[in-house]
Write a protein that binds this ligand. Structure first.
Ligand code: AMP
Length: 451
């Protein structure tokens, strides 16, 4: 098995990794580190939880230490762009941890806090700058930041950058940088638009891809509970009290929803905080600190706020609401089972979320073991709302007589819910996900057969 020594990293980095307790590189690290050390541009498909931060941070630090040069005044030698301030802070923490024996300088800048200390830090110049694009562009426009000296650029979570509308800012920023830089580009997914942007920014990139969506889903023990919307909060409190929970992330679809859930839990005597975009920086930091140190081991988050919450030992992920996009389901469950550990993910599904559930099950190519805790009335309503199955390929022969229409064609016993009885057990389902072929790099080509 590869170890960090064989990847060619400098000794002070190896010492720092030993202190961090990293014994073996994760697959993305084993693939990406030698390629980045060789100086190539890189296109990486990897989600949070795969160890992607170290995959770019370690070779980046190695380069800076190896080719010592003064940091340019008002600028930086390596720039890491991140879509959220939480992720930026966490990347910066990692940079400091991995680089602790190298004597390099670094700083992090993002919006929502005072600009002056950032301007001061920039004026001296830093070796590594971690930034969100909007605030960095502000500094560029006031003349406080200069990007001509960037030797290495990292774009992390490019798909989130696109979702959050950062591309115009990033284009402006990259337009100011030297073409001779090395660029590393990471994204959890590779829709056409991201592939096009990657093409624009990268020169003959090496491509690495790990943990396709389905394999995260395979590692995590998943359960689904059909439940009335009005009963979700009661059920959540019950499960949080009963289960052997170390740290749990609870996902809500909206900021309001996250607040309401956290309030309910606190009223039930369960220590929880909500974290979302409307919370102040101080509130977020306190929530994260208490989540980390175990004082409030339950964190209720929206998808965006949860990105970049880099806390190991999340034992449970609850999806209080199913997300609008099925990919988000996979990102969420990936918050447990980090760096190879295993975890449990429990999703609630109200009657009006069944369509979202179907989309998730299609994406992960498996049926999530489910139990039914709906009220009889909700169950009957949901079943009545089930679309009647059409005969296959439209115009089959019309049923003859009343009895023939009672059962739609093509609906075998497993094709429809089995009524009120529990469907499926609690254990891991068979590894059905092996059949998935999409979202994998093959011969340098990205294929997404789900579209
Ligand atoms: P990331 O995908 O970069 O967010 O990393 C996920 C988590 O895995 C972080 O908490 C890292 O500290 C941890 N991690 C990264 N690489 C390793 C490794 N080689 N061994 C053990 N833990 C790791």
């Amino acid at each position: 098995m590869t170890d960090f020594t064989s990847l060619g990293l400098a000794e002070p980095l190896l010492r720092a990794l030993a202190q961090e307790g990293y014994a073996t590189p994760t697959p993305i690290q084993a693939q990406a580190i030698p390629l980045v050390l060789s100086g190539r541009d890189l296109l990486g498909i990897a989600q949070t939880g795969t160890g992607k931060t170290a995959a770019f941070a370690l070779p980046l630090l190695h380069h800076l230490a190896d080719r010592k040069a003064p940091a340019p005044r008002g600028g930086c030698r390596a720039l890491i762009l991140s879509p959220t301030r939480e992720l930026a802070s966490q990347i910066h923490d990692n940079i400091r941890a991995y680089g602790r024996f190298l004597g390099l300088s670094s700083t992090v800048i993002f919006g929502g806090v005072g600009a002056r200390p950032q301007v001061q830090a920039l004026s001296r110049g830093v070796d590594v700058l971690v930034a969100t694009p909007g605030r960095l562009l502000d500094h560029v426009q006031t003349g406080a930041a200069r990007l001509q000296g960037v030797e290495i650029l990292v774009l992390d979570e490019a798909d989130q950058m696109l979702d959050r509308g950062f591309w115009p800012a990033i284009r402006k920023l990259t337009g100011l940088m030297s073409k001779n830089r090395q660029t590393l580009f990471f994204s959890a997914t590779m829709p056409t638009e991201i592939a096009r942007i990657a093409d624009e920014l990268l020169k003959d990139p090496a491509k690495v891809s790990v943990t396709p969506v389905a394999s995260t889903a395979e590692r995590v023990e998943q359960r689904l509970i059909h439940i009335d919307a009005s009963q979700k909060r009661v059920l959540l409190a019950e499960l949080l009290r009963d289960s052997a929970i170390g740290r749990a992330l609870v996902f809500a679809r909206t900021k309001h929803g996250a607040d309401r859930v956290a309030k309910h839990l606190v009223a039930e005597g369960i220590n929880a905080h909500a974290i979302h975009g409307d919370r102040s920086q101080g509130q977020r930091e306190r929530a994260l600190a208490e989540f980390r140190n175990g004082r409030a081991p339950i964190l209720v988050a929206t998808d965006i706020a949860s990105r970049g919450i880099d806390v190991d030992g999340v034992t449970h992920v609850f999806q209080f609401d199913l997300p609008d996009t099925p990919e988000a389901y996979v990102h969420r469950i990936g918050r447990t089972a980090r760096a190879g550990a295993s975890g449990e993910a429990i999703a609630f599904c109200a009657p009006d979320e069944v369509v979202k559930l179907k989309a998730v099950e299609k994406l992960i190519a498996m049926k999530i073991p489910a139990e039914d805790r709906r009220s009889p009335a909700a169950r009957a309503e949901a079943e009545a709302a089930q679309p009647k199955k059409q005969p296959p390929r439209g115009r089959g022969p019309r049923p003859q007589g009343a009895g023939a229409s009672a059962r739609p064609q093509g609906a075998g016993p497993s094709a429809r819910p089995q009524g009120p009885a529990r469907r499926g057990g609690r254990g891991m389902p068979p590894a059905a996900a092996g059949a998935r072929k999409d979202r994998n790099w093959r011969d340098g080509d990205f294929r997404d057969s789900s579209r």
